[in-house]
Design a protein around this ligand. Structure first.
Ligand code: C2O
Ligand code: CU
Length: 466
């Protein structure tokens, strides 16, 4: 690591300030680059079902690190970050930093923001994360294969002002599709891709089945959770202890509220503060209530003498910068999610077409990741407010993710909404929602469903900000 000079630190925080005011940052990017992390994309063998070594799992590894799940990357808000991606896979890849509002050229979308990175090649990423919170990273090329086989990692952006708790645990939740012998089976089934998506056979947290963690008795435990699965929605509840929600999708919630039950879809994150049980040995369990038989996701065992903390002492996290949308002068952009009318042609792609077209946005199915994408869904003017009128005309739920910018949830036809700030909104069947944003980051930004089979069979497009 290069030690930053005081001058470069000051420059770095100036960059964050300018970004907060809604101007582009790319020309300041070279202000102060740290030594890049080397992130190798590669295959390993690892045990995830608790019994067998699974061969050919795909992961990210820091050079010199042990073969394991992709490491949780920690960055500092307003401080430059740099990484060199080195591709040791047998296919092209890229890295997308899900939820980070960074310059377009660093967004990791092949053909739209950067060239794909072929086997043996490298790509240099460098950016300054403007927001603190819980995010994640994954490929945006051959995503069906590479994400299914392991390449999802958590990304934590810290702020020196972050409150400190007695313990902190990161949970990367995802399934794997493994057979009885612990080896990969077909990663998806076409008939499921045309419905809710194909579910995994082995459910994991941090690549383990029902892991158990220790935390101080009576202490406050922060759990950062990312749902990085290709398909599965969670209905989360905690048993055996009380918890509050402090952030959703990386953004602090304005009012802390108890975790009763929270729906967390692929791409989404939730930050909880748990008051650990008072006596040593007692356990709290994070549960998924969505399946007919509720499942334990992970458990937390109290250790030591009680610290006697109280959830009442938890205060809201510092909000990230967000430009308030000017709703009176907003331009509306209608987007309708639907099934494709006819079987649209699918072009082969070096970034992995999965060969079917089932879904569309505004009747247009994405033709695949190619050097000739369709025209943008909308052209936005830098600095202007837009309201995306998003309508789900299908019987499935779709977590819709926008790259590069955050939106605020304004209204929904099917529920009372809080004005939350997010990058991934779960549309329920037949729901209509209004998402407002100031177009404050120039470039071509993808918008797509984060159920990867939906994304890869048509439910993808992009908007242009200039
Ligand atoms: Cu999590 Cu387009 O990505
Ligand atoms: Cu979908």
């Amino acid at each position: 690591m290069v030690v930053l000079s005081r001058r470069s630190v000051l420059k770095a925080s100036a960059v964050a300030g300018i970004y907060g005011a809604g101007m582009g940052v790319s020309r300041f990017l070279h202000a102060a680059q740290p030594e890049p992390l080397s992130i190798e994309a590669k295959f390993i063998s690892a045990m995830v079902d608790g019994v067998h070594e699974t061969k050919k799992m795909a992961t990210y590894a820091l050079t010199g690190g042990q073969p394991a799940m992709p490491p949780a990357l920690r960055m500092q808000r307003g401080k430059p970050f740099a990484a060199k991606l080195i591709n040791h896979l047998d296919d092209a890849t890229t890295i997308h930093w899900h939820g980070l509002r960074i310059p377009n050229a660093m967004d990791g979308v092949p053909f739209i923001t950067q060239p794909y990175v072929y086997q043996g090649d490298t790509f240099d990423y460098a950016f300054t994360p403007p927001d603190a919170g819980t995010f994640w990273y994954h490929p945006h090329c051959n995503t069906m294969d590479q994400i299914s086989m392991g390449m999802t990692g958590m990304l934590i952006v810290e702020d020196p002002k972050d409150p400190v708790f007695d313990a902190e645990i990161d949970l990367n939740l995802r399934d794997f599709r493994l057979g009885d012998d612990g080896q990969f089976i077909a990663l998806f089934k076409p008939r499921d891709a045309a419905r809710a998506g194909t579910f995994g056979t082995v459910r994991t947290a941090n690549w383990q089945v029902e892991p158990r963690y220790d935390a101080p008795s009576g202490g406050l435990l922060r759990i950062r959770i990312a749902n990085t699965d290709v398909t599965r929605l969670y209905n989360m509840r905690l048993e055996g202890a009380e918890a509050v929600i402090v952030a959703l999708d990386g953004q602090p919630v304005p009012t802390i509220r108890p975790l009763d039950m929270a729906v967390v879809a692929p791409g989404q994150r939730i930050d909880l503060i748990v008051k650990m049980p008072e006596s040593e040995g007692q356990q709290a369990r994070l549960m998924d209530l969505r399946p007919s038989t509720p499942k334990v996701v992970a458990s937390f065992r109290a250790t030591g003498a009680s610290l006697k903390r109280s959830l009442g002492d938890v205060t809201p996290l510092t909000p990230n910068p967000f430009q308030t949308p000017d709703l009176k002068n907003a331009t509306h952009i209608p987007l309708v999610l639907s099934a494709t009318a006819e079987d649209a042609p699918v072009r082969p792609s070096i970034c992995g077409s999965i060969g079917y077209s089932f879904w569309a946005i505004n009747k247009k199915p994405w033709a695949g990741d190619n050097d000739d994408p369709t025209a943008p869904l909308a052209e936005m003017k830098l600095g202007k407010t837009y309201v995306i009128d998003l309508e789900n005309s299908t019987p499935q739920a779709h977590p819709i993710h926008l790259h590069g910018m955050n939106f605020q949830v304004i209204a929904s036809s099917s529920r009372t909404v809080e004005p939350l700030i997010s990058d991934t909104y779960l549309l329920l069947p037949d729901e209509k929602v209004q998402l407002a944003l100031v177009a404050d980051n120039p470039g071509d930004w993808l918008i797509h469903c984060h159920i990867i089979e939906h994304q890869k069979t048509g439910m993808t497009s992009y908007v242009r900000v200039s």
